[in-house]
Ligand binder design. Structure first.
Ligand code: AMP
Length: 572
């Protein structure tokens, strides 16, 4: 007897692109869900995860730290090269539409490009696009930009204009079809007839809707039910909402709350099973190899066989005072000569949560319970300092103490709260100290893309150097302004434009803005040697002229003062 092996045909990327086009013109939620459900039901198991992620504009799952890192400028260069276009023609296409993918699609439709092949067998499949994304993300080191460009060039040359449009949209993470992760959960639930709650819980635990859809296809509801918090499978961290005052937090938490020092470091999720310890970053990347002393600390101090812990890592000086965030990042990035850098930049771990112990998940237990158990098993590893308070004066005093000790502010946690992975709710609140804002002048601006197409929405900010009368860049931001303000800024900046350099305009320095930031960092990026971390515009200062902007001396003073609270860093 002859057995015929079932031949499966890989799904074409074109089918996915056409589905996206359909979604874009569909406004009804149920109709969208039906369209996507019938699409995913027809996928092969091995392509399900990639296709599901692509439909929501992702090349990789959320927890996956790999990024395609293809800048807007690089994309422009490749497209101009493939289509043999002038800068002018390229930018003109963008002026016609607000959608980057569409602009590029129209350029490809008009362009006479020699496709690498027009034969049926060479049509792009979803898996091929996925493989290309993997290859692009895997490129590192010298010459990586050129190698990435070459890969993209190959990919674009074998794609139709419609396919190019959606490859670009996935690259920049902006699908604009109205189909997001929440709808995908509904779709998986609908397609495989699995209760929505089960799908949502699985998605939360896996941190990857692509994996959940594959599991649903393969193993159905039972497969998803079996998905448990497991040691060595990181789960999405619970997040906090910002709050402005302690009284507000007390009110939100019913008059009583747990206050913890908020440490300005990097969050880690530590998984331990007997002597094996793995450490995951906030984005759930495995960072174990950069942190050997933390591995050793957990092996020595934690006696319980299996635990999943959460904590914050901070770089400290010899006296144990927190050092600038930058130093910690150096530790995270380093994978060679670890011992040397471990000596140079010692780090300390503060634990703040316990999610799992010896086969049992604790995420459905209250904060107070989890914290109590954490305290019992942490050995000599410090927990974040905490108090439970209902008196605003006591809480205020605790806040002052946190700042004095060089910390960032407070976390305020609802006493009865369960641990909800990936959720930014009000059960956890955060309150941060603010540094005095700076008045800076806009000296250049860049056009945005996507929703901000046609708007000058990214601003280069400068302080004045009174010694030389120069304006020195200290940061860049696209954050803080409302749409109306950006439109107004665009109008004013166009009137002040001296020249255009690609996507950027250099302007007469006239518009003064008030800028908040989290820290002044040492940085080689700008000639002054400093850069604002997380800069955002808080106000347009119509009342100030360029002569009144803050000086570079003041920025330097803020940099130096930061370390009177924190430990001493190299003075500038
Ligand atoms: P943010 O990054 O501003 O959203 O603030 C939340 C972050 O603060 C968390 O993701 C942790 O990395 C960090 N953090 C510092 N101290 C604590 C703490 N005691 N409890 C929870 N998170 C903390």
């Amino acid at each position: 007897m002859i057995f015929l092996k079932a031949i499966t045909v890989p799904t074409l990327f074109k089918t996915l692109a056409e589905l996206c086009e359909n979604l874009k013109s569909t406004t009804k939620r149920n109709a969208m869900i039906n369209l996507v459900a019938s699409f995913i039901l027809q996928l092969e198991v091995r392509e399900t995860s990639a296709a599901v992620l692509m439909l929501i504009g992702r090349a990789f799952p959320k927890w996956d730290q790999r990024v395609l890192e293809v800048s807007w400028a690089a994309l422009g260069t490749i497209i101009r090269k493939i289509l043999n276009l002038s800068d002018e023609a390229y930018f003109q296409a963008f002026d016609k539409t607000g959608d980057a993918g569409e602009a590029i699609e129209s350029l490809f439709r008009e362009g006479k490009i020699r496709r690498q092949s027009t034969l049926f067998q060479n049509e792009l499949t979803i898996l091929e696009v996925h493989r290309s994304f993997n290859a692009i993300a895997g490129i590192t080191g010298t010459g990586s930009r050129e190698r990435k460009e070459r890969l993209l060039e190959t990919l674009f040359s074998s794609a139709t204009p419609l396919e190019v449009k959606y490859i670009v949209k996935i690259l920049i993470g902006e699908m604009r079809t109205g189909f997001h992760e929440g709808l995908m959960e509904l779709t998986v639930s609908h397609a495989y007839r699995i209760p929505l709650k089960v799908v949502q819980r699985a998605s939360m635990l896996a941190g990857d809707i692509g994996e959940v859809a594959t599991l649903a296809k393969n193993k159905g509801e039972e497969g998803l039910q079996r998905l448990k918090l497991k040691v060595f499978r990181p789960l999405k961290p619970m997040l906090a909402q910002k709050i402005e005052s302690i009284t507000e937090a007390l009110k939100e938490h019913g008059g009583k709350t747990a206050l913890e020092h908020k440490i300005d470091g990097a969050r880690v999720q530590i998984h331990k099973s007997r002597s094996i310890v793995k450490i995951f970053s906030r984005r759930l990347t495995d960072v174990t190899s950069s942190l050997p002393e933390i591995v050793e600390l957990c092996q020595n101090e934690i006696e319980e066989a299996e635990v999943v812990l959460e904590g914050e890592l901070v770089a400290v000086n010899k006296k144990g005072k927190p050092m600038p965030f930058q130093n910690l990042m150096r530790r995270f990035r380093r994978i060679h000569k670890i011992n040397r850098i471990a000596e140079e930049i010692p780090i300390r771990l503060y634990l703040f949560d316990l999610l799992y112990i010896n086969g049992k998940s604790l995420i459905n237990q209250k904060y107070t319970k989890r914290r109590e158990r954490l305290g019992k098993l942490a050995g000599s590893i410090p927990l974040t300092k905490n108090i439970i308070a209902s008196d605003p004066d006591v809480a205020e005093e605790f806040y002052k103490q946190a700042i004095k000790e060089g910390h960032e502010g407070l976390m305020l946690k609802n006493l009865d709260s369960l641990y909800t992975p990936g959720v930014r709710g009000k059960k956890w609140l955060k309150m941060k100290k603010v540094l005095e804002p700076l008045d800076l002048v806009v000296i250049a601006a860049e056009y945005g893309y996507g929703r901000r197409h046609g708007w000058l929405s990214d601003y280069h900010l400068a302080a004045q150097d009174p010694d030389t009368n120069e304006l020195l860049t200290v940061g860049k931001t696209f954050k803080g302004l409302t749409d109306a303000e950006i439109i107004e800024m665009t109008k004013r900046l166009k009137g002040l434009t001296v020249r255009r350099e690609g996507n950027k305009v250099i302007v007469v320095p006239q518009i003064v803005v008030e800028v908040s930031y989290n820290e002044v960092q040492k940085s080689p990026k700008y000639s002054c040697g400093m850069a604002l971390r997380f800069a955002r515009i808080t106000r347009i200062r119509y009342d100030k002229s360029v002569n009144e902007v803050d000086t570079i001396h003041k920025v330097r003073e803020i940099y130096n003062n930061q370390f009177q609270r924190k430990s001493r860093a190299p003075q500038l």
